[in-house]
Write a protein that binds this ligand. Structure first.
Ligand SMILES: C[S@@+](CC[C@H](N)C(=O)[O-])C[C@H]1O[C@@H](n2cnc3c(N)ncnc32)[C@H](O)[C@@H]1O
Length: 233
């Protein structure tokens, strides 16, 4: 996923250009910190105080140059207009957040407004078109049957949340002036691996197979997650 994001950034901006990045719902700040290390000016917006504390802790261990390039703001991703001026970012990330938001269109419109013309909106969402895959390949037939005609699912934290359909998001992105530029499947083969699974010896091959499937039809269509990239016109 990081590779796909870097590829989209590299396709739009000259190498070495310091970009203004907003990471909405940054969690512990893994992506935000990675992009700050690459030289970008990163703002992380997060509503959860525990996550904010973890991100601050991680940042505190970084060299001064990186600490200076990253700012962390506690707030709601639906309120970007309160915190920032329109058009003030080149890249806006919203990864693993949309499932928790009841009215995604309003959030997405707010994120698109934050983008400068030509800016990149990167979304990572649960794929509502393939919700039966996880229970199905795990042999949970009742679960699979119940997952065909819904966009709701129970996540690994036990929360009932929403997945999103590619076609719906494609329309939404067009409607907010950031039409879909590219999309990828994420976790095609590895979705049922437990979070605690040990890293296998052949992890490079695993990543290569995932990467290939995530870019290839029909595999990417049944990925657990979708990575969508829209570009502000
Ligand atoms: C699954 S984590 C993803 C974290 C990170 N983006 C990543 O990809 O690893 C979802 C994060 O979104 C945050 N979040 C959910 N709704 C939010 C909102 N409306 N505004 C800001 N943050 C939100 C949660 O607190 C949580 O830290």
């Amino acid at each position: 996923m990081a590779r796909q994001l870097d590829e989209q950034i590299a396709g739009r901006y000259p190498v070495g250009q310091r970009l203004r990045v907003l990471d909405v719902g940054m969690g512990q700040g893994t992506q935000a910190l990675r992009l700050a290390r690459l030289g970008h000016q990163v703002t992380g917006l997060e509503q959860d105080a525990t996550m904010i504390a973890a991100a601050r802790e991680a940042l505190s261990g970084e060299p001064e140059g990186i600490r200076d390039r990253m700012r962390i703001i506690e707030g709601d991703g639906r309120d970007t207009g309160v915190h920032f001026l329109p058009g003030s970012f080149d890249v806006v990330l919203c990864h693993g957040v949309l499932m928790y938001v009841e009215e995604p269109d309003a959030l997405l419109a707010g994120l698109a407004r934050m983008l400068a013309p030509g800016g990149l909106l990167s979304l990572l969402v649960r794929n509502a078109d393939a919700l039966a895959m996880r229970p199905g390949v795990s042999g949970d037939w009742q679960g699979a049957l119940g997952a065909f005609d819904t966009v709701s699912y129970r996540n690994r934290l036990g929360l009932d949340v929403r997945a999103d359909r590619l076609a719906t998001l494609t329309d939404a992105l067009a409607g907010i002036g950031a039409p879909l530029q590219a999309w990828y499947g994420v976790r095609v083969f590895t979705d049922t691996a437990p979070d605690t699974a040990e890293i296998p010896d052949d992890v490079e091959d695993l990543l290569a197979a995932e990467e290939r499937a995530g870019r290839t039809d029909p595999y990417r269509q049944v990925a657990a997650l979708l990575h969508l990239c829209g570009v502000r016109g």
